[in-house]
Every structure is written in C-alpha cells, then in structure tokens.
Design a protein around this ligand. Structure first.
Ligand SMILES: NC(=O)c1ccc[n+]([C@@H]2O[C@H](COP(=O)([O-])OP(=O)(O)OC[C@H]3O[C@@H](n4cnc5c(N)ncnc54)[C@H](OP(=O)(O)O)[C@@H]3O)[C@@H](O)[C@H]2O)c1
Length: 506
C-alpha cells in the first residue's frame, strides 16, 4: 500500500471507547508503517473538556495499550505528537463549528495539507444527523481539496432511517466521498474470501447449488453487553450484527465474480445478492428466524443475572441477544441452497466463521459398509480467532481395516505469513484516506440489506410470543437448533472435536 495523501482528520467522539481502543492505535500503526503522510494532522472533536496536552496523553495511553507495534517507538511518537490537537465542542453548535473551522484553516497553513479533510464520525449514532448537517464550516475552499466522511455503524436502524441518513449525507457529499464502515470488511480473512474464491480455479465450478449443500455463518461473542446495555437494548442482535457483519460475509461468499476489482464492480455484485434474497414476511418469519435472550447463569468465571438485569436494559425487555435465520438466495447459482446465519452474546466461544458444506458423494461406495455416513466435505473460513481456512476431507486411517476419518488441510495466517494480520481499522482508515471505497458500504447496499431485515423486525415487534431464553455459555436457544436440525443438518464449529473415526468392514 502507498502512503495516502496528506489530510486533516477530524474525529467526532474522540473521547470515546472506539477512538481509544481502535482509531488512535490504528493511526499510530499506519504512521509506523509509513502509510500516513507526515503532514497529516489529527483533531479530536468532542464535548469533554480537555487540552491538546491532555488529549495527547490519551493518545499515548491508547497506543501503549492497544497498538499493534509495541513498545511505542519514541521517534515515531515524537513526529506524531505535534500533529495531535483537541477541540472541545458541542455537536449541535454552529458557533463551535465556525471556531473549529477557523482552527483547521490555521492548522492547514502550518502543516500544508492543502485543505484535504477526512471527517470520522465515532459518536453514538443519534449524533450522526446533527454532525452531518452542521459540519459545513469545517470544509476548506482550497482548490482541489479532497473531502471525505467516514461513518461508523450502525447506519440507521431500519430502511426508513437509513434512507433518511443517505439523503442527508447526499445534501453535503457525493457518494464517492462517503465511507460507511463495517469493520469486518477490513479483516484480512474476509478479504481473503474473495481471493480464495476468484484466484483459485478449483472453487468456481463447485461453488453453486449443485455441489454445495448449505452454507452456515456464525458470529458468536462470548461476552454479554458489557456496559453497552443502553445502546444494545434499542438495537438487538439482528440490527447490531446480522444486518451488517453477517450479511457482508454472506454477500462475499455468495456473490458472482465481479467484472473487475474496482469498488463499483464489487459492490454491484454484493447488492445483487441482497436483492435476490427471498423475502420473509408475517407468520412465515417464525419458521425461518429465531431469537433468544441470555438468562441468568455463570459463564467465563462470572455470574450473570441475565440480560434483563444488565445496566441500561429494561426489566421486561424483549430485545434479542441471539438471532438465527435461514435465507434463500433465489438466483441461478444458489436457488435451493439454504444459508443459515446466527449470532449471539454470551455464547460458548468467541468465533466468526463461514462453513461451506458440500454435498455427499453421489455414489454410496463407502456408505454401504458403514454404520454411520461418510461425512461430506467442509470448507471452513475462520475470520477470528485463529484466522485461516480449513478444508475438511475424508482420509483413510492407516491399517488393514478400512477406516475413514475426516482430516483437515489447514491454512493458518499466523504460521503461514509469520505475522499477525493488521487490525481492520488500520486498513480501513488508510483506504479512506487514500480514497479507495472497495471495503466500505455503498448507499444502495445498506438499503438493500435493511430491506431484508425490516420485515423480520416488524414480525418480531408485532408477535405476542416471548423471546426464548438461553443459558450463558451455550450455543443459543433450542429454537436455533431446531431451525437447522429439522432440515436434517446441524450447526458446525471449527473447534469442535473432529467427527469420530468411521470404521468400515469390507
Ligand atoms: N466501541 C467499539 O468497539 C465499536 C465497535 C464498532 C462500532 N462502534 C461504533 O462507533 C461509534 C462510537 O462508539 P464508542 O463505543 O466509542 O461510543 P462512546 O464511547 O459511547 O461514545 C463516543 C463519544 O461520543 C460522545 N457521546 C457519548 N454519548 C453521547 C451522547 N448521548 N450524546 C452526545 N455525545 C455522546 C462522547 O464524547 P463527549 O461526551 O466527549 O462528546 C463519547 O466519548 C458508535 O456509533 C458505535 O456504534 C463502536
């Protein structure tokens, strides 16, 4: 990757958790890698009272704790420190924007960024519309100055609000200046999904309903809401994870080969996937979508009184902390192949992965001799942890008896490339600075995804049924098991103990 052009990066919500844990360390790592122009400067924009000096100390603490390159390189820090500024300001105050706009103008002169701007919205989403409407005075009128806006998730809470936010954005920015983040897209393994599919000729001929029995995608978290109950209770698992992370993984796994690798071509194909999803409506939702809420129990060495007792959560909350859905993509490639998606909090393990299960061999050559079936092949793409890919095949166990055991051909990022993949935010911040929109979500893409989710949310909101409780440390409610098991399939997980050796007598 080449160094991005110089710019002023204005971080809204700079005093927050995301800034400290992800954005600041990622910027530092980019500077270490020589990928951030040495003229770029950074301005925190938040309500908290802080001086430049105090804000710089915050950066230093964030870097010391969360940066990939540690310990801190004092030379790099010295070069970066003098380019960090803070503006205490209110998100809705015209006067504050005018003041900060003036400050940026002076800093532009000092650092020579030519009026280029990158606004990063890292506040709670309720503030997004206010900031978008007010930030005009921060623009530079310098000729040829670049202007970009990066927006954190969630982008809206349904189709209507996402459309409203898009319209608002498009009053001040053209779509080519808008960078909607889903940090999953910044992960190496997610990008590798496309490389694996389209840079290897072995997959394309079998990547369709004729050879693939089903696809399952899991994003499981082992923690609960961790103090974010106030936000989470108004969102739930479907909005928080399915509409974005799970749908992105599904789109990359299911899309047609793009005509080229430019942002437009890739995003065109993803939109087509969302538009091909068979709509779930009304009563049918119960057969295809399951929700759950974690109850009281003990997990990860901690006792929990259950989701409804979390801080900020209503005592009678019906918000789901688990969601599983079965979807069909009604196009030529996938017609008839189910995609099972699930996500949950307080699950048995933190894991994000895509499992492609292929159909069993058509000829019952070995099946005839075995009491249990010969297992079909699986391709497991692990997004986290242990980023990598496993190809599960059947092999003969050495010995006179014919015994078959599933074996795995494993590609593990860490051991193959001898280094940890860079953090997703590093890649995304660099790409936004460099003007590459490939790993960001386009307006029509986000709306197409909400169009699938809205009817499920509506049916759940209108349903009189309660939300099924599940035990912390489990894999979710019983309904989620039934969703897949009634189809004669089961959820799989790469860390499960391998399938038993199958002994065949000839
Ligand atoms: N944290 C993560 O790991 C994570 C991951 C993915 C996406 N995100 C998204 O990134 C954004 C920021 O997340 P975060 O965890 O950093 O949020 P946060 O810590 O709750 O908020 C960031 C900053 O926004 C300001 N703020 C908080 N509540 C506000 C309110 N009600 N009204 C006005 N300003 C408020 C605060 O700064 P001042 O009071 O100083 O103004 C706060 O320091 C959110 O949209 C979130 O969904 C976060």
């Amino acid at each position: 990757m080449a160094s991005a052009p110089p710019c002023a990066v204005v971080i809204f919500g700079a005093s927050g958790d995301l800034a400290k844990r992800k954005l600041i360390p990622a910027i530092y790592d980019l500077v270490c890698e020589g990928l951030c122009d040495e003229r770029s400067y950074f301005v925190g924009f938040s309500r908290s009272a802080m001086s430049d000096e105090e804000f710089r100390k915050e950066w230093r603490r964030g870097i010391e704790k969360f940066a990939r390159s540690r310990p801190v390189d004092e030379g790099v820090w010295k070069r970066l420190e003098g380019r960090i500024y803070y503006a205490q300001a209110d998100y809705g105050s015209c006067a504050d924007y005018a003041r900060v706009g003036k400050m940026l103008g002076e800093l532009d002169e000092k650092h020579g960024v030519g009026g280029n701007r990158m606004y990063y919205l890292a506040t709670p989403p309720e503030q997004f519309p206010v900031i978008i409407d007010e930030l005009l005075p921060l623009h530079s009128e310098a000729r040829g100055a670049l202007r970009r806006i990066v927006i954190e998730k969630p982008f809206g809470r349904d189709l209507g609000s996402a459309r409203g936010l898009n319209e608002r954005l498009h009053r001040s920015f053209v779509e080519e200046q808008v960078y909607r983040i889903d940090h999953f897209l910044g992960k190496e393994t997610v990008q590798n999904l496309m490389v694996m599919r389209f840079a290897n000729s072995v997959f394309e001929p079998i990547w369709n309903t004729k050879y693939v029995d089903h696809v399952q995608i899991t994003v499981a978290e082992s923690l609960g809401v961790e103090g974010r109950g106030g936000y989470y209770d108004g969102a739930g698992a479907l909005r928080d994870i399915v509409q974005n992370h799970l749908f992105q993984l599904m789109a990359l796994a299911a899309m047609e080969p793009p005509v080229s690798l430019d942002a437009g071509s890739i995003r065109d194909e993803k939109v087509k996937v969302y538009r091909s999803i068979r709509g779930l409506r009304g009563a049918g939702v119960d057969d295809w979508a399951v929700r759950g809420q974690y109850g009281a129990g003990e997990w990860n060495g901690r006792k929990t009184e259950g989701y409804r007792s979390e801080k900020g959560v209503a005592g009678d909350s019906r918000t789901e902390t688990f969601a599983a859905i079965k979807l069909f993509i009604d196009n030529w490639r996938w017609s008839g192949t189910p995609f099972y998606l699930r996500t949950g909090k307080m699950m048995a393990q933190k894991a994000s992965e895509v499992v492609v299960r292929f159909r069993s061999p058509p000829q019952a050559l070995f099946q005839k001799q075995c009491e249990t079936p010969v297992y079909p092949n699986d391709l497991v793409i692990r997004v986290q942890p242990d980023e990598g890919i496993s190809w599960r095949l059947n092999g003969k166990v050495p010995g006179g008896q014919l015994s078959i055991k599933p074996v795995a051909l494993d590609f593990l990022y860490k051991t193959t490339f001898q280094k940890e993949p860079p953090d997703a935010y590093e890649r995304l911040i660099h790409d936004a600075m460099a003007g590459d929109q490939t790993l960001f979500i386009r307006a029509d893409e986000v709306e197409a995804a909400w169009a699938v989710i809205d009817p499920i949310e509506k049916a759940w909101a209108e349903s009189k049924d309660g939300v099924e409780e599940y035990r912390p440390g489990s894999w979710g409610p019983k309904g989620a098991m039934l969703l897949i098991e009634l189809d004669g399939r089961r959820w799989m997980h790469s860390s499960e103990s391998p399938e038993p050796i199958i002994a065949c007598s000839l």
